[in-house]
Structure formats: structure tokens, C-alpha cells
Design a protein around this ligand. Sequence first.
Ligand code: ADP
Ligand code: MG
Length: 141
Amino acid sequence: MDIITKDAESTQRLGQKIGSTLKGGEIIALTGNLGAGKTTFVQGLAQGLGIMDRLTSPTFILMREYYGELNLYHLDMYRLENNFWEEIRNLGLTDLWGKAGNVVVIEWAEKIKEFLPESTIWIDFIQKEDERIITTDSFEL
Ligand code: ADP
Ligand code: MG
């Protein structure tokens, strides 16, 4: 299934819609180039979870945490280099995911694909000028 959004607000609204359906325990893996709209989507997703904090990109620190009825762990693997398995362990990531009260969203998740569980929800973002083609097998978009 895929959807085309024509502006950032629409991508955010899509994130919000999906965020509001989450039950906790989900791992959502986002793929797509720089500027494809992943962080924009997660901003909406956080709103959909009822998180009021302003969400900023975790590119330079790998992970940001937001606490709410469900906790959101927002990761960005862009900068992750070769020793990444150690970094992932240092983040305590594997203790966070799959926990009932947590939602884990990972940008550039393809970099750690082999470590992600089978149940991971994959969403791909393709940029075409102002349009974004957003594709997933896991949701009705
Ligand atoms: P990423 O996290 O994938 O690198 P960002 O969400 O940080 O991407 O950035 C996307 C940029 O593209 C933002 O500046 C946003 O305003 C712009 N943009 C333009 N059209 C769209 C769209 N349809 N969906 C999402 N972002 C869009
Ligand atoms: Mg981003």
C-alpha cells in the first residue's frame, strides 16, 4: 500500500493517524533518504500518541525519549558506524523494544535490519520533488 503526500503537513497527519492506532510494543522502522520526510512523520506520530513535547531530530545523539501514556523512543541510525552493535547495546535499545508501554521508531533502520525482530513494521519514504511516496505493508494508509 502506498500514499502520496504533497506537503509536510500531510505527512505529519499520516504519522498522527498511525500514532493514534498504536497499542504499545511496536517497533517502526523508517527508510528513505535525507529529507524524505521521516522526522516529519515521527512528529505527527508523537502527536498521535498524545505526546505534547516538540520533537526534534535525534540525528546527532542517536536516540531521544518522550514519556507519555505510551513512551516514544525515537532513534536515528544515520550516523551509526562500524561498531554499531556496541552502540546499540550502550543505548539499551534491546531492553526497550517490544515492551508493552513503549513505541520504538527508528530512522535509517535499514542499517540495523538484521537485528530487528520479524514483527518490525517497515515504512519507506521516497522523495519526488515536493511529493513523498510513503509505502508500507503493515497499515491501511
Ligand atoms: P528526514 O527525517 O527523512 O531526513 P525530514 O522530515 O527531516 O526528513 O525533512 C523533510 C523535509 O522536506 C522538511 O523540510 C519538509 O518540510 C519537506 N517536505 C516537503 N514536502 C514534504 C512532504 N510531502 N512530506 C514530508 N516533508 C516534506
Ligand atoms: Mg530525520
